[in-house]
Design a protein around this ligand. Structure first.
Ligand code: ZN
Length: 167
């Protein structure tokens, strides 16, 4: 039985990829190896722009290596985004560890995400920069599946996946 022509990746397609992300020294930062592929809706900014751009036009089975500069990844690291808050501004019984992520509120009530960078005796160092800001990202990617998005996925701007609707 002949396989259908592989559909190229374009805006409005749901794509799943296996990937390994390494830093400049070759250390693995993240990988889907041994797990589920990462599924995303192409053309909606679900993944970093530098990788999304390179995946356009690829199809099932294609492999690619992409190096993404900070400006096309998680942005440059802005030192002004880093600050200290008293440990007492978090509940006493809350476990706080570097790498944790919180939704905070800006001066104008806008929501933004902060990451815990370090925990000291009296202070917690928080950072509004993504932990990978300022880093060049090296992706080794294989395209696992490509399918048209459903109407609901397009309306929501993200993929819903084979296991139902997760938000
Ligand atoms: Zn949704």
């Amino acid at each position: 039985m002949a396989l259908p022509n592989p559909a190229p990746i374009a805006d409005g397609m749901v794509v799943s990829i296996h990937y390994t992300l390494t830093d400049d020294s070759g250390s693995v930062i993240d990988s889907s190896t041994g797990g589920e592929p990462l599924e995303y809706l192409h053309g909606h900014g679900n993944i970093v722009p530098g990788l999304e751009k390179e995946l356009a036009g690829k199809s099932i089975g294609d492999s690619l290596k992409v190096s993404v500069a900070p400006k096309d990844g998680y942005g440059e690291h802005d030192p002004r985004g880093r600050g200290k808050v008293p440990r007492s501004s978090f509940p006493d019984d809350m476990e706080i560890e570097p790498g944790m992520q919180f939704a905070g509120e800006g001066p104008n009530g806008e929501e933004h995400v902060v990451w815990i960078a370090a925990v000291e005796a009296d202070h917690v160092v928080i950072d509004q920069n993504h932990p990978l800001a300022g880093r060049t990202l090296h992706f080794d990617v294989q395209v696992a599946t490509v399918r048209p998005a459903t109407k609901e996925e397009l309306a929501h701007g993200h993929a819903h996946g084979a296991h139902g609707h997760h938000h």
